[in-house]
Design a protein around this ligand. Structure first.
Ligand SMILES: [Zn+2]
Length: 156
């Protein structure tokens, strides 16, 4: 009997704690372009990925698909990179939109998605799009070797 009376006091103590009612404010991703390109948006429509074919990178045939619809100048585009072998995310995949001169573009690092065994890269397209714009993909294997390939994006 005494024990149950003591337990009834607990909810009163918990209610005494101050509640934090304010929801966290959404911070615009544009504040830090480099960070925004590295991080995949939490909510994203990825049901409309369209294959843009395969490309050989460092002897490996890599499957590519583009998300976020057609690529537009200044907009973030999405590339899905599927390696021929399941490495469990040990490879580093980077991609950028533009020309082979990566210093003119924002290079984004891919996020490994274990469910699909592929890498998602979100990269901002330059504005204006350079002539002959391509997706450039860099594959860095766990042993440190790097290889680069490119593919034509789906443009407006
Ligand atoms: Zn996306």
């Amino acid at each position: 009997m005494l024990l149950s009376k003591n337990l009834l006091l607990l909810p009163a103590l918990i209610l005494g704690l101050t509640a934090c009612g304010d929801k966290p404010k959404e911070v615009p991703a544009v504040d830090n372009p480099a960070k925004a390109a590295d991080a995949a948006p939490a909510e994203d429509d990825h049901d409309n990925e369209v294959s843009i074919g395969t490309v050989e990178i460092g002897g490996a045939v890599v499957e590519l698909a583009q998300g976020h619809g057609k690529m537009k100048a200044g907009d973030e585009s999405h590339l899905v990179v599927k390696l021929p072998t399941n490495d469990g995310g040990a490879t580093i995949v980077r991609a950028w939109v533009g020309t082979s001169d990566r210093t003119k573009s924002l290079v984004a690092k891919g996020t490994y998605a274990a469910i699909h065994d592929d890498y998602d890269v979100h990269a901002d397209a330059p504005d204006p799009l350079p002539e002959g714009v391509q997706w450039w993909i860099e594959i860095e294997k766990p042993d440190g070797t790097k290889a680069v390939g490119s593919a034509n994006p789906i443009l407006e």
